[in-house]
Every structure is written in structure tokens, then in C-alpha cells.
Ligand binder design. Structure first.
Ligand SMILES: CC(C)(COP(=O)(O)OP(=O)(O)OC[C@H]1O[C@@H](n2cnc3c(N)ncnc32)[C@H](O)[C@@H]1OP(=O)(O)O)[C@@H](O)C(=O)NCCC(=O)NCCS
Length: 138
């Protein structure tokens, strides 16, 4: 099995991978915008076929946000999600001064926090305050 990670992601790849989940459906315009405006986006290929993706929103100063980590069901459990997130962490680190504190966050889907913990993310302790979200126009 030849796994490769590439620093690119197309509209069709995003749409196909998102459709493997039960997540909220997005319009084509939303997908065009999110791809255009992501700081970093990567795809994973197995034997030339795209089977995974991830992206990062980043202000290049202090705050980065990991989003849309998806591996197609048939390709899960083979270390591909790990490779995607590791590449995105590397890209963020390469784009900030080594002395600058950076807040890299995410919203883990139900049952997925263990995956991110394996990659170095930690659950925010209640004493430090919760992460919060506002779901607009849902
Ligand atoms: C979550 C997801 C991206 C993981 O991708 P994957 O390619 O299957 O994960 P990997 O094989 O790279 O796993 C890396 C490590 O995390 C562990 N892991 C994977 N999923 C896990 C989970 N849900 N809980 C705990 N640990 C998990 C693996 O056992 C592996 O551990 P190891 O390195 O010690 O062997 C994938 O299951 C997926 O796309 N799910 C549907 C979409 C989704 O929910 N995405 C996350 C949104 S927040």
C-alpha cells in the first residue's frame, strides 16, 4: 500500500470525502470558499486514489484551527488520519517563529478525541474553561 500526503485538495475531493460522513451538507459555494480560504489543505492518496483530507485555518500569528479531518471508511485504521494531521501540524509549526506561543485548537466529533490525543492534542480542563460554539443558520 503506497500512502502519500500532498499539500493540495480539490473541490471534488472535498465534496466526495465529506459525503462519506453524516455531517451537515454544504453548498457548492461554501465548499469553493472554504477551500480557497484555508491556510493549509492536504489530501492523502493510496495507490493514487484520494482517500483522506484535512485543513487548517490560521492567522499566521497566534491562532490555528484544525478542521475537516476525514478518511474514507474503507481506508480508516491504517495510519492515514495520523499522517494527515502530522503534516498539518508540521505546516503550522513551519509558519510560526519557534519562540512564539501558538494556540492550535479543534472540535473533536463524538468518540474521536482519543485520535487527537494520540497526535498531541489535550482536552481542555474545565478549570481552564470550555471550548464553545455557536451554530448559525442550522
Ligand atoms: C477520525 C479519523 C480521521 C481517524 O482516521 P484513521 O486514518 O482511521 O486513524 P489512524 O489509523 O491514523 O489512527 C491513528 C491513531 O489513532 C487511533 N484512533 C483512531 N481513531 C480513534 C478513535 N476514534 N478513538 C481513539 N483512538 C483512535 C488509532 O488507533 C491510531 O493509534 P496508534 O497510532 O497508536 O496505532 C477517521 O476515523 C474518520 O475520518 N472518521 C470520520 C470523520 C470524522 O469523524 N473525523 C473527525 C472529525 S473531528
Amino acid at each position: 500500500m503506497d500512502i502519500s500526503i500532498e499539500d493540495n485538495l480539490t473541490f471534488e475531493e472535498y465534496k466526495d470525502l465529506r459525503n462519506t460522513t453524516s455531517w451537515t451538507k454544504l453548498t457548492d459555494t461554501q465548499i469553493e470558499k472554504l477551500i480557497k480560504n484555508s491556510a493549509f489543505k492536504v489530501r492523502a492518496k493510496v495507490d493514487g486514489k484520494t482517500v483522506g483530507m484535512g485543513r487548517v485555518l490560521f492567522d499566521f500569528g497566534y491562532t490555528a484551527y484544525l478542521a475537516d479531518i476525514i478518511v474514507a471508511p474503507e481506508a480508516q485504521g491504517k495510519g492515514i488520519g495520523r499522517k494527515i494531521v502530522e503534516r498539518l501540524i508540521q505546516l503550522v509549526k513551519e509558519n510560526v517563529a519557534v519562540t512564539d506561543f501558538l494556540n492550535f485548537s479543534l472540535m473533536a466529533a463524538q468518540g474521536k478525541s482519543g485520535f487527537y490525543e494520540k497526535l498531541g492534542f489535550t482536552k481542555r480542563e474545565e478549570a481552564n474553561g470550555y471550548g464553545m460554539v455557536m451554530r448559525i443558520n442550522e
